[in-house]
Ligand binder design. Structure first.
Ligand SMILES: [Zn+2]
Length: 92
């Protein structure tokens, strides 16, 4: 195993300015929830599909939402649908 390099840093003369500190990274984006009411029949069918697909109702709904939003985005100029993170200039 290599010896760790000996560091000979000059003694710090001053505390660095606050402005020179690296920017604080944005907090991680939280997922939001939105409950969906459905018929008992659909609920049962979703449960059967979840078992057959070895997943959960929640995941099936998330997948369906992703497909829906992707299809809707084709009607707009940007996949943001007006809630843009890249400032495409579209408003809802
Ligand atoms: Zn956009």
């Amino acid at each position: 195993m290599a010896e760790p390099e000996k560091l000979s840093l000059p003694w710090r003369q001053h505390v660095p300015d606050v402005a020179a500190a690296p920017p604080i990274p944005p907090p991680p984006v939280k997922e939001r929830s939105c409950s969906v009411r459905m018929s008992a029949h659909d609920f049962e069918r979703l449960g059967i599909l979840a078992i057959k697909s070895e997943t959960t109702r929640q995941q099936l709904l998330k997948d369906a939402l992703a497909q829906f939003l992707e299809a809707k985005a084709k009607d707009f100029g940007c996949a943001c649908l007006g809630a843009c993170n890249s400032n495409c200039g579209r408003d809802v």
